[in-house]
Design a protein around this ligand. Structure first.
Ligand SMILES: [Zn+2]
Length: 454
């Protein structure tokens, strides 16, 4: 079982670098690697590697100075040499790599599983080791590694030759240019639960907890906003439980309930949620509102943004709410999240007016969010016009009115809406209301909200 992976866990399960104690006869290419280092305790510490590629009738010698970004010691040089070999030799050919350094052979054969399982924590030259393993896994044929046989004169001769190459390499300038990125598809990531020590597990669990804690913090922040708005606007002090209950109100459509729940949890990818390490710059740029040039928040989108959307929509909502006989007050995020809670009593129509308010505010807010998504996600450079936004809103409100009528049907049994509830909800906000039947719900004719399309 692998936990805490970043989603790039190995997908191509290949046996990789193997210890070549029993070397298959069919491997025709032997690669001998030897490294040297100098001035190890000084600023200008450097290392280099010599590579001898021995095939049946041919022997090639290569030398590389270890790039500083890879490392400056002998092992970094050996790993860099191995990487060069893995990248430059025929991918369809099995190879044997031999070197005199027991520690490097041991690392890539016996220890590598453990190193990967522990997520490379505290491992020297981790980056280059990852690149070597990525390269080895990409190869279609096996890559063997072994310690140079001290008794074998031929092998000792190759080693000497490699060492001379390495010494020449030290005099060279280092290779320029970026290394190939290690391919995440081949990288082992995360940790195996079984091999985790308690302290490692503890560290990772704490990191996870921190994430949850930050999420909880954002939720608490929104709940605090909700409470502040309820206190300022309606002089009420709802509990968290009452706020959540309001968000689950059955008067909301399913889509609206989800929208309010996600917004309260700050669950949408908005603003600082994009500013995470590991996100590409073009994604991180999404944190900002392009028009207003500030970090976007849900509150900005719903109540402040200069893009065509929120202002037009709230103006329309204001018109309907004033038709109901109430004064409009500019909303903030807390008002939107708590729109199911206030009771409006002015017209002796408390249930209908309060129900209309929660529908009006929540549907309007969600439409603003949808219009914003259409602009940002589809990377539209042109904004919707005022007229388009107005018409979308009128269409939405009419749809919501029709939904109420449909929900009166007996097939909904207990969930069916009563005539009284529907009539009281839409009372005073219909188009040409004085000319339509008192119980318009039973008629087949169309009934619309009191604002015509632009
Ligand atoms: Zn904006």
């Amino acid at each position: 079982m692998r936990i805490f992976t970043d989603g790039s866990a190995i997908k191509i399960p290949v046996e990789v670098i193997q210890r070549g104690t029993t070397q298959p006869d069919e491997v025709a290419t032997t690669i001998t690697i030897a490294a040297t280092e100098e001035r190890q305790r000084e600023e200008e510490a450097s290392s280099a590697v010599g590579v001898i590629i021995d095939q049946r009738h041919q022997s090639d010698a290569l030398e590389f100075k270890t790039p500083r970004r890879v490392g400056t010691d002998r092992q970094a040089a050996e790993l860099f040499g191995i990487l060069k070999v893995i990248e430059s030799t025929d991918q369809n050919q099995a190879i044997k790599i031999e070197l005199a350094s027991k520690d490097t052979v041991d690392l890539l054969s016996n220890k590598i599983q453990d190193v990967e399982d522990k997520g490379y924590l505290g491992i020297k030259n981790a980056d280059i080791i990852k690149k070597v393993m990525t390269g080895a896994r990409k190869r279609k044929r096996k890559t063997f590694i072994r310690i140079i046989d001290e008794e074998n004169q031929e092998a000792q001769r190759r080693r000497q030759k490699a060492l001379e190459s390495a010494k020449r390499g030290l005099k060279k300038g280092e290779e320029m240019g970026p290394e190939n990125q290690d391919d995440p598809r081949y990288r082992q990531s995360g940790m195996k639960l079984a091999s985790m020590t308690q302290s490692l597990a503890y560290k990772m669990i704490r990191a996870q907890k921190m994430k949850n804690y930050q999420r909880q913090n954002r939720t608490n922040l929104n709940l605090a906003k909700a409470k502040a708005s309820m206190k300022t606007t309606h002089h009420k002090n709802p509990t968290d439980k009452e706020i959540w209950k309001g968000i689950r109100s059955k008067d909301f459509s399913r889509a609206v309930r989800y929208f309010l729940m996600m917004t309260t949890h700050d669950g949408y990818m908005v603003g600082s949620n994009w500013e995470r390490p590991g996100y590409k710059p073009e994604l991180q740029a999404r944190a900002r509102c392009r028009k207003c040039q500030i970090t976007e928040t849900m509150e900005h989108i719903l109540t402040e943004c200069q893009c065509t959307g929120q202002e037009v929509i709230w103006n329309q909502a204001k018109m309907l709410w004033e038709m109901k006989g109430y004064q409009w007050k500019k909303l903030d995020l807390g008002d939107i999240l708590t729109c199911a809670l206030p009771r409006f009593k002015k017209n002796r129509n408390t249930v209908g007016d309060s129900r209309f308010y929660r529908i009006l505010i929540s549907e309007s807010a969600r439409l603003i969010w949808m219009i914003r998504n259409d602009r940002v996600i589809n990377e539209r450079t042109d904004e919707a016009t005022d007229k388009e936004v107005q018409n979308k809103w009128v269409e939405l409100m009419n749809r919501r009115l029709t939904l109420d009528r449909d929900m009166m049907h007996q097939k909904f049994e207990k969930k069916a809406l009563s005539t009284k509830l529907v009539l009281s909800t839409w009372k005073s906000v219909l188009l040409n209301e004085e000319t339509i039947d008192e119980d318009w719900t039973k008629k087949n004719s169309e009934v619309l909200v009191g604002i015509a399309p632009a």
